[in-house]
Write a protein that binds this ligand. Sequence first.
Ligand SMILES: [Zn+2]
Length: 109
Amino acid sequence: MIFGMGPIELLLIVVVVLVIFGPKNLPKIGSALGKTVKNVREGMEEGSEDKSDEAGSPIESHDDVEVIEDDDDADAPEAAASDAVFCSQCGAKNAAGAAFCSKCGNKLN
Ligand SMILES: [Zn+2]
């Protein structure tokens, strides 16, 4: 009788899952829950599979939002570039300690 539950039982399950997994995994839980609800609905009213598939896709698209946070590391290469020595002959960028241009061999400094 587990899958013969109503909205209140589903809500209780959501709360329990939140307590176990924490708010961080909410998007994953949402998509997992969507599939669960989908399966339940398919079991209860057979023949409505197409509707359930549409309801599942918007939830999964939310996973991409988290990837944006990693942009802080982009500053590291720029900091290194400020120490670089530019060749007076060809303008090539060389490492700060380089004695000769890596591109044309011109003596630096
Ligand atoms: Zn050069």
